[in-house]
Structures are given as C-alpha cells and as structure tokens.
Design a protein around this ligand. Structure first.
Ligand code: BMA
Length: 311
C-alpha cells in the first residue's frame, strides 16, 4: 500500500469560524505549542473589514480545540506598534526558548509588512517586545535553542530581483538582528519555483533541525501553496543538509481546494510528540484549520535520501 507521508486527521477541519464565539470570517494559519498539559493554538482570523486578528484556542489532545471568549492579539490602538499594525496582525508563530514563549507575527500597514515580536509566559500576560524587521518581510520563525549564545531565526524578505527565498539571521537580545545570509532558494520548474517561506519553527531531531516550509507554484488557475521539508545542521543552522525534492502535503481536501484563497495549505506550527510523531497544523484555503500526523524520521529521510541542494 502507498504510504502517506502526512496522515490527515479523519475529522478535519478541526477549527472553523462557526466555533469562534466572536464574529470572524476565517480561522487559519495558526501556531500551536504545548504549554503544560494543554495545546495552545494562536490562529489568524479575517474580520469583515478584510483585516486580520489573532485568537487563542485550547485543547487537551491536539485535535479538539475550544476558542477563548475573546481575541488574543488585536492591532495595537496606540504606542509604537500602532502605526505598523493598522491593517492587521497575521500568521503567528510561537517558539519556547528558555521557558518563555516568543511570538512572531506579521504587522500590516500602509508602510508595508513587518514582523513584530511579543512574548508571554502564560498566554495571559502578553508583552510586545519589538518590531524586528523593516518592510517587507514575512514568515519569521525562531529556533528553540541559541547558537553560540545567539538567537537564530529563519525569515523571508521580499525582493523584486530574486525569487522570494529563505534567509537566516542572528541576535544577541531578540531586538537587534544581523549576520543575515540567504540559505535556500526556490528551484526552477519545481513545485516550489515561485517562492518559498519558513512555516513551522524548526524541530530538533538527532540528525538535524527539521524545517517545514511552504512553496508556491503558479498555474493558469492561480498559485498553489504546498508544504515541504528541509534539514539544517544541528550546530550551524545556516548549513542545510538537504531539502526534500518532493512536497509532503498539497491541497486535496475540499476545504483546502476551495475557500477564501483556493488551493492553499499553509503551516505556521507543528508539535513534535514523545513517540517520534509530529502533529502538523495547516490552514486550508485561508479559511479553516486542519491537522495531520507524520513520523519525524520519515521527514528527515526525505531530506537526506530524496534531497536536492538548497541553493
Ligand atoms: C501568503 C500569506 C499567507 C496566506 C497565503 C495564501 O502570501 O498571505 O497568509 O495563507 O499567502 O493566501
């Protein structure tokens, strides 16, 4: 029998707008982390204005989520973040480093899209730390460990010259980032040829950091968003050991093929489990949240045995 790399949960979608106790039009592109005995999901929702906010939902098994009564993060009404969050907050990612949760999200405004960083210890008290990119960046994921005392992140700057690619940057304090380096590019006439971007924060495995990213291919019917995997060196994450030549997930279920934006699977979070599996969460068609399970060693094998060069 053909082996599925990502085994979709039988009861997808796992969260949709009807389950949210305040008015939203979509539930998608969510970060998920384990906090104590709970799975915490931070999800993006469009409002009827067309702008986005971030909500929070909780689960005991990673499959059944219940949304909190009120949104978790909405555009700052005043202060230094307000002018950059005017058009909304989107696509959160969460990484636990040294016992605190670092949340990166896209801050949209008439000045472009920047990445903001907030932190929390308990998902109750939230502190906005800094805007950590200028315009135009998206998809910033922070590694759960430091390298030679520096935080590290993968990001995706926009460019008019180069296809949109994955870069790495480092910081001593989460505020000032540098030593930026391009580490992975789309491949011509390949499923990820148009652009790529980091998806879930990297997962430590015994053979390297596993990064689940998205890649886009343009068709006569518009762009198709799929997911792929890359493996980074454990000590030097700028070095990519291999990138799987094949995607691991593409839009196939009806709610991935049709929705607010059709033909999209887009991840912002994945949770590794003690049994060697990983729960991968993705937004379907920018409208609903879905989950599937994969075996971490299968994903690593794909990068090593069926790999292509990163650049
Ligand atoms: C990207 C981002 C994502 C979205 C995807 C598909 O550029 O805007 O938030 O899921 O497009 O629409």
């Amino acid at each position: 029998m053909k082996k599925e790399i990502v085994r979709r949960y039988a009861y997808n979608p796992i969260l949709a707008k009807a389950q949210i106790p305040y008015p939203v039009e979509t539930v998608h592109n969510a970060a998920v982390v384990k906090h104590g005995s709970e799975y915490i999901m931070l999800f993006r929702s469009h409002l009827r204005t067309g702008r986005s906010i971030i909500g929070l939902a909780r689960s005991h098994d990673g499959f059944h989520f219940t949304a909190d009564p009120a949104p978790f993060l909405t555009p700052a009404p005043e202060g230094p973040f307000a002018v950059y969050e005017e058009f909304g907050v989107e696509d959160p990612r969460v990484t636990c480093v040294d016992g605190e949760y670092l949340i990166t999200y896209s801050a949209y405004s008439r000045n472009g899209v920047r990445i903001a960083l907030a932190r929390t210890k308990d998902f109750v008290q939230l502190e906005r730390v800094s805007l950590i990119t200028e315009a135009d960046y998206r998809n910033v994921v922070i590694f759960p460990e430091k390298f030679d005392g520096l935080y590290a992140r993968l990001d995706r700057p926009h460019s008019e010259i180069s296809p949109w690619s994955i870069w790495i940057s480092y910081s001593p304090d989460l505020r000032y980032w540098g030593d930026s380096q391009l580490i992975m590019k789309p491949v011509l006439y390949h499923w990820d040829e148009m652009k790529i971007g980091p998806g879930a924060p990297p997962i430590r495995t015994d053979r390297g950091w596993l990064s689940i990213y998205h890649g886009v291919f343009n068709t006569m019917a518009g762009a198709v968003y799929r997911l792929g995997v890359a493996l980074h060196d454990l000590r030097n994450p700028a070095k990519i050991i291999g990138v799987s030549d094949s995607w691991i997930l593409q839009p196939e279920d009806p709610w991935e093929i049709t929705g607010y934006v059709s033909n999209v699977v887009f991840t912002c979070g994945a949770v590794p489990e003690p049994d060697g599996s990983v729960k991968i969460y993705w937004g379907g068609a920018d409208t609903v949240m879905c989950v599937g399970e994969a075996t971490i060693s299968d994903l690593v094998d794909l990068c090593i045995e069926h790999g292509r060069a990163a650049i």
